[in-house]
Design a protein around this ligand. Sequence first.
Ligand SMILES: [Mg+2]
Length: 224
Amino acid sequence: MSKLYLFDIEGTTTDINFVHKVLFPYSLEKMEEYVLSHKDLPIVAQALDKVIETTRQEDGKDLVFHEVIEKLKFWIRTDRKHPALKELQGLIWDLGYSRGEFKGHLYPDVLPFFKRIISDNKVIGIYSSGSVHAQKLIFGFSVFGDLTPFISYFFDTKVGMKRDKNSYLNISKETALHPSDIHFFSDIPEELMAAQEAGMKVTHLLREGTKKSEFPGIKSFDEI
Ligand SMILES: [Mg+2]
């Protein structure tokens, strides 16, 4: 029996469309207004400096203020995973969730499965390429209310990339659990491969539109 159930978010607990059709467009729409009204906040000022620095390194160009905002919007449209963008998006989503403009999408089988895991005295962890901040918002302001009290661990790419075996070994170290005590769920076969190579048990979530793989697959957590 596994001791830790580790979940990917997009395509596993949550519809990919929530991120691409709700969260990303919201951050695109609000970026300018947010930056203009919060540019003196140290965390925002630092993020803007990082955008300037990256663009200087990559394009040899010094951006002026309004170009920084345009660059951030360009990065949203091209799904760039830059830490400064992730930081600002997290802050913008914070406002959206707390104003009730949207709720974190979760598939209906997620809460019953979480409850079963907890009643079995096992623990729940999340591993997503979205920041820990963004993860806590999805589960904290979810369609089922605040589920963060159910979750013992939140991991993002600070432990490494999701297709890298070492990331899963890092999670094993950080939780002080042997990889074989961890069961990882994802919709992406390459992630399952990396977790399996690290020694974890894996299950492929086959939500609508996901193709089957060599890994054991389920359409819903109700099958477990
Ligand atoms: Mg996924």
